[in-house]
Design a protein around this ligand. Structure first.
Ligand SMILES: Nc1ncnc2c1ncn2[C@@H]1O[C@H](COP(=O)(O)OP(=O)(O)O)[C@@H](O)[C@H]1O
Ligand SMILES: [Mg+2]
Length: 312
């Protein structure tokens, strides 16, 4: 990948942390059955944080999502200061509660709840990246509600003709084509049918509203769009590699324009997923909050964790 200066990483950063004696902290989710331990999905990563001179603390993700925020932060020690979170996705409203609860214990999440929402949800990043990502239009809707035909056609009028896809502000149902892909967005019957199936199956998990996106044709690997995942801390590329869903994906996109857009966005820690269109142009598939983005099991987390622990 070109056009971005990598952050310093590795032993120098670790050394600096030890000397300054101000290890940063990362909050991880505790294991459901063994609440004093890190959730097994993140345990190797958390161990590496310790090796790099950082500290970890635990939150109870189940308690947070069930609305018991006091229980969720009961194991967070007092006075942690600035801290990151790395773990399972958190709905933005719950993240706001988490941020307030850790603040009451003398810690603060480096990614504010406004930054989190603005990275986690497509409407929060789309405008800054609009030249780099497929055309999209959205409308807020509560779970269970299908937009009217008029609303759907309004959204479609903002998109180029052709194929489309539906998702909510955060997730698609990419493994269920009949609730995701729209072969012809001008066909309102078809559009309503796909969106209705999506709304029904998302049920109460639907976040924010309905997003319709123009579908572009991308290069694939084993039948899936081959995606790279890039990781950005304070507007600098920390690391990049294959997306966890397409471990064999490779490529060398020029990240110059993306780097400018990410800096304009002014978020502390984000991921950007990229795919190469069949005409060779690299496009942004989605941006996400880096705290809740999955890292491939076989990848090297050292540069990313070092960048997080070195961030002010
Ligand atoms: N505009 C698009 N055109 C073509 N394929 C797309 C487009 N947007 C997403 N996809 C494909 O659909 C998958 C899911 O979309 P994505 O926005 O990443 O949702 P999710 O949050 O569910 O991962 C992507 O991995 C990519 O393969
Ligand atoms: Mg995705």
């Amino acid at each position: 990948m070109k056009s971005v200066t990598p952050r310093p990483s590795g032993p120098e950063v670790v050394g600096a942390l030890y000397h300054a004696n101000v290890p940063s902290t990362i909050l991880y989710c505790s294991d459901t059955l063994r609440p004093r331990r890190v959730d097994t999905h993140f345990s190797a990563e958390a161990a590496q944080v310790g090796e790099l001179g950082g500290r970890i603390a635990l939150i109870d993700h189940d308690a947070l999502l069930s609305g018991d925020v006091a229980a969720a932060v009961a194991r967070v020690p007092e006075g942690l200061g600035p801290t990151w979170y790395r773990g399972w996705m958190i709905p933005p409203d719950r993240y706001e509660e988490l941020a307030a609860a850790v603040e009451r214990r003398g810690a603060h999440l480096v990614t504010t709840s406004a930054m989190y929402r603005g990275a986690h949800e497509l409407p929060g990043w789309y405008r800054e990246l609009s030249g780099l990502t497929p055309a999209s239009a959205w409308t807020p809707t509560p779970p269970g509600v299908v937009p009217s035909d008029r609303q759907l056609l309004d959204l479609v009028s903002a998109l180029p003709a052709g194929e489309g896809m539906v998702k909510d502000y955060v997730k698609s149902r990419k493994h269920e084509p009949d609730a995701c892909l729209i072969p012809d967005i001008s066909d309102v019957e078809q559009l309503r049918a796909v969106v209705s199936r999506f709304v029904e199956r998302q049920d109460t998990d639907l976040v924010g509203g309905i997003v319709l996106r123009h579908r572009e044709e991308f290069r694939t690997l084993d039948g899936r769009v081959a995606e790279l995942r890039t990781w950005w801390v304070d507007g600098e590329l920390a690391t990049s590699g294959p997306h966890p869903d397409t471990p064999g994906a490779t490529g060398d996109p020029d990240l110059g324009r993306l780097a400018e857009a990410v800096r304009r966005l002014d978020r502390r820690f984000v991921t950007v997923d990229l795919a190469q269109r069949v005409d060779g142009v690299w496009r942004v598939i989605e941006l996400g909050d880096g705290q809740v983005s999955d890292f491939p099991a076989e990848g090297d987390m050292t540069p990313l964790l070092s960048a997080l622990l070195a961030a002010p």
